[in-house]
Design a protein around this ligand. Structure first.
Ligand code: ADP
Ligand code: MG
Ligand code: ZN
Length: 478
């Protein structure tokens, strides 16, 4: 009998908070500045300087916690976590250890249409480290622009039971922090980073297996591949009679495998102790209430509303709520012209085909114009085919749909007599096709409709054209 194994996964997610300034100094946090340009004696770890807490970062952390149903600890503490690494100039990282600012939350997510949830153990605040750059010469250079940038670490309970659940959890969390506007979610730039703890156990066993921590994944796809690889690796180790060792492994995306980090680098003794230079972190009841009052409708609730009240498919509702700006765009368009299905189609296929979702807020086509385009199709002023040209022109900045239709003379021809005149001409010019059609080659009808459309630059009303072509080919009135 073969043993069946169950994966157990718990995620630790670091989110860079979108504050203008660092956590304990006034240095800017913008990504991509010149190396070491955004530093000062505090974040460089000079002796004798004192950290001062950025309250905006606290507000952002509390916002994340409230959105995840956490308890806010009215008083929490900062601690020093010691380790020796070139990108950590002080020799310790200021973080929260025993009492974090937030704990005991829950995150809901959907897997294959089934709603699930997982516990959030804690959310604590900490400062980011700098970045080591390994030069071709073999030496290592350090960029400290990122040192001291505010982070929250969101530590999940080991409640996830499959790779798909882990990825769904992560996507749900990603959408929430972006909706809240507290993190830009950019995984490639490292603003949203996930470490995954993975273990396996025989199905039915209550105790957890030995866990391995996987680092260095920076796309959802990479995370899916890394976790799948690691689960299979651990099952194979067990099947071969071996034991999984607790260790940290790095995902190598190019090679498609995880590999053990040298265990020496792992032998951490962080020697945590209370940070003596910062007072306890107090969060006032009024501050919590104010942040709670500001919470936006969250992605899942919005998606459910789009399905239930607006009647979108689960798929479309999911796409449209993947990004707050996209959901806002959609609702603004529907407010102008209440045809949600068509607006959703144009938005997801045409606009998102040309623009990434996160840039939808700066789309050259404002929501009202997309709504008007859909209205013009609905009114029969333009055909769906012509609408694509109008869309193209709007995207190129040529104006509103009405302006473009007027300027280019694109109004649909719904005058039966003009269409019929063209159709008769097409039929007269193609006697052999007419003969074949009448001999049973019904598919040739499309050819005639196409020729009429072509002769009328695509402006003929398609429904009328079909009717007229049918009638003429049937021999009526010829
Ligand atoms: P540490 O104190 O060493 O950081 P924790 O127990 O706090 O370890 O867990 C850290 C992360 O590892 C959490 O996200 C948790 O969900 C996850 N985790 C803990 N044990 C396991 C396990 N056996 N299998 C998978 N994930 C686990
Ligand atoms: Mg940990
Ligand atoms: Zn600084």
């Amino acid at each position: 009998m073969t043993t069946r194994y169950e994966p157990v996964i718990g995620l630790e997610v670091h989110c860079q908070l979108l504050t203008d300034e660092k956590l304990f100094c006034g240095c800017p946090t913008r990504f991509g500045a010149d190396v070491n340009a955004q530093t000062c004696p505090i974040c460089l770890g000079m002796p004798g300087v004192l950290p001062v807490l950025n309250r905006q970062a606290v507000d952002y952390a509390v916002k994340a916690g409230l959105a995840l149903g956490c308890t806010v600890n009215r008083r929490s503490h900062f601690a020093r976590k010691h380790y020796f690494y070139p990108d950590l100039p002080k020799g310790y990282q200021i973080t929260q250890y025993e009492v974090p600012v937030l704990e005991h939350g829950r995150l809901e997510f959907d897997v294959d249409g089934v709603t699930m949830s997982a516990g959030i153990r804690r959310i604590h605040m900490e400062e980011d480290a700098g970045k080591s750059l390994h030069a071709d010469t073999g030496s290592t250079l350090v960029d400290l622009n990122r040192a001291g940038v505010p982070l929250v670490e969101i530590v999940g309970e080991p409640d996830l039971r499959s790779v798909d659940q882990a990825v769904a959890y992560l996507k749900a969390l990603h959408a929430i922090v972006r909706f809240l506007g507290i993190c830009d979610g950019n995984m490639e730039e490292g603003s949203f980073r996930c470490d995954a703890n993975v273990s396996v156990r025989p199905v039915g066993r209550a105790e957890l297996g030995t866990r391995v921590e996987i680092k260095n994944m920076n796309t959802f796809k990479g995370i899916h591949r890394a976790l799948t690889y690691e689960v299979e690796r651990q099952i194979a180790v067990n099947e071969d009679g071996g034991t999984v060792v607790q260790e940290t492994r790095l995902w190598d995306d190019a090679a498609g495998r995880t590999r053990a980090m040298r265990s020496k680098e792992e032998a951490h003794d962080y020697r945590y102790f209370p940070e003596p230079d910062l007072p306890p972190l107090d969060v006032a009841e009024a501050q919590i209430a104010a942040i709670r009052a500001e919470l936006p409708e969250l992605p899942r609730a919005r998606r459910q509303r789009f399905e239930r009240d607006i009647g979108l498919s689960a798929y479309d509702a999911g796409v449209l709520t993947s990004e707050r700006a996209l959901a806002d765009y959609f609702e603004a368009a529907v407010a102008v012209h209440p045809d949600p299905k068509l607006i959703s189609n144009w938005l997801t296929t045409e606009l998102l085909g040309r623009l990434p979702a996160e840039r939808i807020g700066v789309s050259p086509i404002p929501p009202a114009s997309l709504a008007r385009l859909v209205a013009l199709i609905g009114e029969g002023t333009i055909s769906g085919r012509i609408a694509k040209d109008v869309f193209e022109a709007m995207f190129a900045g040529e104006g509103t749909p009405d302006e473009i239709v007027a300027k280019r003379g694109l109004v649909q021809v719904s005058d039966a007599a003009s269409i019929e005149a063209v159709a008769r001409e097409v039929i007269t010019k193609n006697p052999s096709q007419v003969e074949q059609f009448r001999a049973g080659k019904a598919a040739l009808k499309g050819y005639f409709v196409g020729q009429v459309m072509k002769a009328m630059s695509g402006k003929a009303n398609p429904k009328l054209t079909n009717e007229i072509v049918d009638r003429l080919l049937a021999g009526e009135g010829t």
